[in-house]
Ligand binder design. Structure first.
Ligand code: BGC
Length: 969
């Protein structure tokens, strides 16, 4: 009996989503099969309402001959509001098998029309309660229910932030609800199933309301009330009885209001909580609220409510502190061992009125003191005033902190050391599904990967924010754009970016210009590589998940952005006007400048072409023939003009910067001899810089791609493997646990980059992750076939830098693995291809006759096609797990001979290490000697050791006997 099953069924990317207002939701599934080469031949979807047995379906596709298994749009009768739809799927495959029905899954609709909202916005009566008070408001209401409750839902929202309580318990686990959107244009509401929390008789519901992004301090120190100055809530509770009758409880002026223990709560600044002011039992029935104030219906500038689009923000992990210590300055500090984003939860037994203060920071300074300088005006301070009744537990809400270290003041007995087990760190972010891992033989690169992932977690907080600690935390467009491909390897970002793109569209200006930050609270707009988020992000989401609907929804916005650029300046085909950030934070910037040396008009014109290319490709997907033509022509003109303006007739790029060369190559702006020359020059530029980069936000994401693509993969690998300043591993060696904003956030001498702008948790440079997944591990897709329907596995071995690499990505079709390992004698490549996809695999440098798959010679296998090329053996396979092995004859893991080109394999430090190991006592070689020495012999000579030829041979033998790990100490 073989096995074919349908698993992981999702609707709009989610398992059993509650409260969706999408009228034609899309269904996807994954297939499990124990036979290789499984392709779906046909599917059947059934949808039923109010019941799970499918006797009566409202939509039955019948058997559809199709290999589509993702993003299949519901196409049955119009869906109704507040209804649960059950669905199941069955498939047939190319091995003539029929699966069982999948497990029954469901989605539930929320409120489709604004008329269904019966609730009013409410806020405390300003005559009785100061609406500008910093204290959070409590709103409450009691209501009575009959027996026979069958189900109940609450639809709720608020501005700024709200949390719901019912009969003394919290409703749901979401934090920072309703999330951050362009509030005036779109405000999310949340749906909760509260059936179990209700009781027959009297019930009480409560709302806590704080300032949040809506009304709190944001962007500038004196900047508050950005969206409005009135906090308010709106909520509607529907109770259905077994007899089919229904009752609705809504917010209206019968609710009562008060303030409670939260005296202050802000995104940037933290929280002050006076436990003595807790109102015991306030969200339970029979609470005495006679002295509470009234509520009123305020005027609200909100025009549209939408059901929650993003995954919720939640606590996703709990960390224990590593240690606590007293700094030279005398502060008691808790070290979480990881630069994390979220909050501390602690326990304390303290006399009434004890004030415990937690101040959060990312790093210690050179002297070992806790450093708050880079927070700008964000206070990141949590104050708790104890009520003095036994053990008290506390964690702040409506705020988040970016920190590794916490200064603790006032904790009873702290002078004798903090009780570490009374503190935990709760990690908070958008609760996306983890979908990727990258690992290799180099521990520092593995730590870099972890740092990238931590950076993503901390900064994917409902909105892709630039940093989580200083008084900024905004949805900077370039940061999101440069990082998105890496991000979508690591986590499922479908709902996350769908929501954010809707805000981008909502905040895009009528002339097509795109604000610097989304949601737009900053005011700035334009800039190449920033506004291009409008095209790059929808396109990347489409490619990763096959999300054609999102592409189609964003199409006008994408086009408006390209047309906006087109109208700038006098020359339609160059972008040489307006404000640009340029190659932000590049190291070739002038003293005291943030902007790298690459000309802004060069960068802008490349991104103009890039966006135009994406728009043309999107038009192809969406079958907009006229636009395909229009933007193909436009793209050609831009490239032509670029070459006239920025490339000499001899094919030399006018700007001698790394970034200019990188983006010209990466975005196909140069061709033929200019392309070759650009790649060559890029390699030279990097070599002359002792294999160090000097790129910023614009060049860095693509530097290794441009090199690998241009024929200089070894240089790309060397760049990654550098561990002195400036490099990715420099940060790792300096103890970074997230990715820094600047290459020299901490300088080699231990001092910091300026206080003004120095985040230790900024994901932009983490964009190298994309190259690690795609090129080092070789896990990629065929660009013409989105969502990894056609997988491309092309590992690129990396000289002696790595002996293994492995990437796993959970795609829409299922798990993909690309893994390789080199030993002295053998190359092993392991690939997992999910059902209903195929993969083109390149086995680098392999010879057809030598390749085994499992225990059999590849050439005898009959389920794949293969061909030997100059690059190696290419195999095309269907789904399944494959283990390819072949002899390591091509020197993929080279051994030293007298003339081994050291320069190809060792950088300066490594070479020094080799010399010291095999020939102690050699005078330290001069700096840069690796660029001079071409062979081991020369290396030894330059090292000024008078060694005989025999001695050199002896050394080589010794090196070859060493384990590689030992050599590369
Ligand atoms: C942010 C960046 C952003 C930049 C734009 C900074 O303050 O942190 O990451 O892209 O401003 O200039």
């Amino acid at each position: 009996m073989t096995n074919l099953t349908v698993e992981a069924v999702t609707c709009e990317y989610r398992k059993n989503p509650l409260g969706m207002d999408i009228k034609r939701p899309r269904i996807s599934w994954k297939i499990q099969s124990d036979l290789r080469g499984t392709m779906q031949k046909a599917y059947q979807i059934q949808v039923a309402v109010h019941q799970e047995d499918f006797h009566e379906t409202i939509w039955d596709t019948g058997i559809v001959q199709s290999d589509e298994s993702i993003q299949i749009e519901y196409n049955g009768p119009q869906l109704e509001s507040r209804t649960r739809y059950f669905y199941r799927i069955k498939i047939w495959d190319n091995h003539d098998r029929e699966s069982d029905w999948s497990e029954t899954a469901w989605w539930e609709t929320s409120l489709f029309s604004s008329e269904e909202w019966k609730a009013e916005w409410i806020t405390p009566d300003p005559k009785q309660l100061d609406l500008h008070s910093e204290a959070a408001f409590l709103l409450r209401k009691e209501f009575t229910l009959k027996t026979g409750i069958s189900s109940a839902r609450v639809y709720g929202t608020g501005v700024g932030l709200y949390e719901l309580f019912l009969n003394g318990g919290r409703v749901g686990e979401d934090l920072l609800a309703p999330g951050w959107t362009s509030y005036h244009k779109r405000l999310q509401y949340q749906t909760y199933d509260i059936t179990e929390q209700l009781q027959v008789g009297t019930n009480a519901i409560g709302i806590v309301l704080a300032d949040g992004w809506y009304k709190g301090n944001l962007v500038r120190e004196d900047h508050r009330n950005i969206y409005g100055d009135t906090r308010a809530a709106k909520l509607q509770l529907h109770v259905t009885y077994h007899d089919g009758t229904e009752e609705i409880i809504v917010t209206d002026p019968t609710w009562k209001a008060a303030t409670g223990p939260i005296l202050f709560s802000e995104i940037y600044h933290g929280q002050t909580y006076d436990a003595r002011l807790e109102k015991e039992g306030w969200s339970q029935s029979h609470f005495h609220d006679e002295d509470w104030e009234d509520t009123i219906i305020p005027d609200m500038p909100i025009t549209k409510l939408v059901a929650q689009e993003n995954v919720p923000v939640r606590v996703t992990e709990v960390l224990k502190p590593m240690e606590s210590f007293v700094t030279p300055a005398g502060d008691t500090v808790l070290d979480m061992g990881q630069n994390m984003v979220g909050r501390i939860r602690f326990q304390v037994r303290a006399p009434k009125g004890t004030r415990i203060v937690l101040t959060h920071a990312e790093v210690l300074d050179k002297e070992g003191n806790i450093y708050f300088g880079n927070l700008k005006f964000a206070k990141q301070k949590v104050e708790y005033i104890a009520k003095g009744e036994g053990i008290e537990t506390f964690a702040p809400n409506f705020t988040f902190q970016g920190f590794r270290y916490v200064k603790i003041e006032g904790y009873p007995g702290q002078e004798n050391g903090l009780p570490l087990d009374h503190f935990i760190g709760e990690v908070i972010h958008s609760d996306m599904e983890s979908t990727g891992t990258f690992e290799c033989s180099d521990p520092l690169v593995n730590r870099l990967q972890q740092n990238i992932v931590w950076g993503q977690r901390g900064n994917f907080l409902d909105v892709p924010i630039d940093c989580p600690q200083r008084s900024e935390r905004l949805g900077w467009t370039a940061d999101a754009q440069v990082f998105i491909q890496t991000a979508l390897f690591n986590y499922h970002g479908g709902p996350f970016f769908t929501k954010w793109l809707r805000d981008l569209q909502a905040d895009q200006l009528p002339d097509g210009n795109v604000p610097f930050v989304i949601p737009n609270v900053e005011g700035g707009k334009g800039s190449a590589a920033w506004g291009d988020a409008a095209t790059i992000i929808p396109w990347t989401v489409y490619q990763t998940y096959g999300d054609k609907r999102l592409l189609s929804d964003q199409y006008d916005s994408m086009k408006a952005w390209v047309e906006y650029i087109r109208r700038q300046g006098k020359n339609e085909f160059l972008w040489n006007t307006g404000f640009h950030f340029g190659d932000w934070l590049a190291l070739d910037a002038k003293e005291n400048s943030f902007v790298g040396a690459t000309p802004k008009d060069l960068i802008a014109t490349v991104f103009y072409a890039y966006s135009t290319r994406i728009l043309r490709d999107a038009a192809k997907v969406l079958e907009k023939a006229d636009d395909v033509e229009e933007y193909s022509i436009l793209l050609n003109h831009i490239i032509e003009q670029f070459n006239q303006e920025f490339v000499s007739p001899a094919g030399r790029l006018v700007s001698p910067t790394q970034t200019a060369h990188i983006i010209a190559l990466m975005f196909d702006m140069v061709d033929g001899k200019a392309k070759e020359r650009t790649a060559y020059e890029l390699n030279e530029l990097i070599m002359l810089n002792d294999y160090h980069l000097n790129t910023g936000f614009v060049g860095t994401p693509y530097i290794c791609f441009a090199l690998s693509k241009g024929g200089y993969h070894e240089t790309a690998v060397k760049l990654l493997m550098k561990d002195d300043y400036p490099s990715w591993l420099y940060q790792v060696k300096k103890g970074a646990t997230t990715v820094w904003e600047h290459w020299d956030s901490i300088k080699p001498d231990g001092s910091f980059w300026s206080d003004q702008m120095n985040s230790f948790n900024h994901y932009a440079y983490g964009s190298i992750g994309n190259w690690m997944y795609k090129v080092i591990a070789g896990l990629d897709m065929d660009a013409t076939s989105p969502a990894y329907k056609k997988i491309k596995i092309e590992p690129k071995f990396a000289g002696i830098s790595f002996t293994s690499a492995k990437a796993i990505h959970e795609s829409m079709y299922g798990k993909i693995v690309s893994s390789w390992q080199l030993t002295n004698d053998q190359v092993a490549v392991e690939v997992v291809v999910p059902p209903n996809t195929t993969a083109d695999i390149l086995l680098p440098k392999a010879k057809l006759v030598d390749v085994y798959e499992g225990d059999e010679l590849l050439v005898t296998g009959d389920i794949y096609s293969f061909i030997e090329t100059s690059e190696g053996v290419k195999v095309t396979v269907g789904s399944g797990s494959y283990q390819f092995t072949y002899p390591n004859e091509e020197g993929l893991r080279p051994r030293f001979t007298e003339n081994t080109k050291i320069i190809d394999f060792l950088d300066h430090q490594e070479a020094v290490a080799v010399l010291e190991k095999v020939a102690p006592g050699i005078t330290k070689p001069p700096a840069l000697f690796t660029t001079k020495a071409r062979s081991l012999k020369e290396l030894v000579e330059i090292g000024e050791a008078n060694l005989t030829e025999d001695k050199v041979k002896e050394i080589m033998e010794e090196i070859n006997q060493l384990e590689w790990e030992e050599v590369l100490v």
